[in-house]
Design a binder for this molecule. Structure first.
Ligand code: COA
Length: 300
């Protein structure tokens, strides 16, 4: 049972609500630990096809990492904190099942980073995004320097991070930080679920492969630890030599491996495309198209 999260599984969509509204849902150690747990639940629970993350209360998605826990940290402890946050957010980005952010109110610091680790973002008109760490003499530490740059480009990302200013919903939409603004008050969650329901009808293995390949293109999905490469040296999947990385299956509980690099992304796409032909779902999809009926995918 979670104490800082509320979860609800309906129609194969897990809604995860970060539930510390009196502290604007700031990410303290407990929330981070429970987010880690809930990500594992998303990976392993076969009833869950997709998930959305949102914040409790009218004011915030998440107003950042909990600043009260920063005081007195040493350099090493700061690094460890960033690694912990990054690792969990990598697991969100690497999830073989889609995870959407439904952003209400403030999404600042670690909140903006959490939203950006999700596969896509919807928000309502109350949303305010930002990376204000520089106001605290800090930098974004849960992947923000990387993912904001990936999503909105270097010039915009630098300006947002260096000024610490807030980006409202309309601007976030224009610059590609969010996919959709939900204009109707109170419809943010239902619209997010609607989008996830569309995806839930598609073939799960294909979905997992698409997420993995897109993560490679974006340089996302797993830590680039020094000296760490998945499947390096295996000529079947690593013809570009050590360091190029390689694929892992979509059902791993820890998520796909680090496979950054453009050449490797195209290679992974080739392999994953081939792997789809070995699935029952691919046969079902093609047969259903030819029979002019709706496919029924089983994830096999
Ligand atoms: N960490 C810890 N507590 C936080 C927090 C955070 N990141 N963000 C908000 N809170 C707490 C406040 O301390 C306050 O607690 P209190 O009632 O016990 O004093 C409560 O949440 C409500 O916040 P408050 O500042 O009173 O709300 P506001 O509407 O006046 O301002 C913000 C909202 C988001 C502008 C402001 O809270 C803020 O700047 N938060 C920090 C954002 C940030 O720097 N995030 C990056 C952290 S690395």
């Amino acid at each position: 049972m979670y104490t800082t999260l509320h979860t609800d599984l309906t129609d194969h969509i897990l809604t995860v609500t970060i539930n510390r509204p009196d502290k604007l849902n700031a990410l303290n150690k407990k929330v981070i630990a429970e987010l880690d747990e809930v990500v594992t639940e998303i990976y392993v629970n076969k009833e869950i096809k997709s998930a959305l993350i949102t914040g409790a209360g009218p004011k915030a998605f998440v107003a950042g990492a909990d600043i009260t826990e920063f005081q007195g940290l040493t350099k090493e402890e700061g690094m460890a904190l960033a690694k912990k946050g990054q690792d969990i957010f990598f697991r969100i980005a690497s999830s073989p099942k889609p995870i959407a952010a439904a952003v209400n109110g403030f999404a600042l610091g670690g909140g903006c980073e959490l939203a950006m680790a999700c596969h896509f973002r919807l928000c309502n008109l109350t949303a305010r995004f930002g990376q204000p760490e520089v106001n605290l003499g800090l930098i974004p530490g849960y992947g923000g320097t990387q993912r904001l740059t990936q999503l909105v480009g270097k010039g915009r990302a630098l300006e947002i991070m260096l000024t610490a200013r807030m980006v409202d919903a309309r601007e976030a939409h224009v610059i590609g930080l969010v996919n959709y603004i939900v204009e109707e008050p109170d419809e943010l969650l239902s619209k997010t679920r609607e989008l996830l329901s569309i995806i839930n009808e598609k073939a799960p293995i294909a979905i997992a492969h698409i997420i993995e390949c897109a993560n490679i293109a974006a340089g996302d999905g797993a830590p680039a630890e020094e000296g760490w490469t998945a499947n390096a040296g295996d000529p079947e999947i690593d013809p570009f030599g050590a360091g190029a990385g390689g694929p892992t299956g979509p059902d791993s509980a820890t998520g796909p491996a680090n496979t950054t690099g453009v050449r490797n992304g195209f290679l992974r796409e080739q392999i994953a495309f081939g792997e789809c032909f070995a699935t029952e779902d691919m046969k079902e999809g093609a047969a259903a198209f030819l029979a002019k009926r709706k496919p029924v995918f089983t994830g096999r």
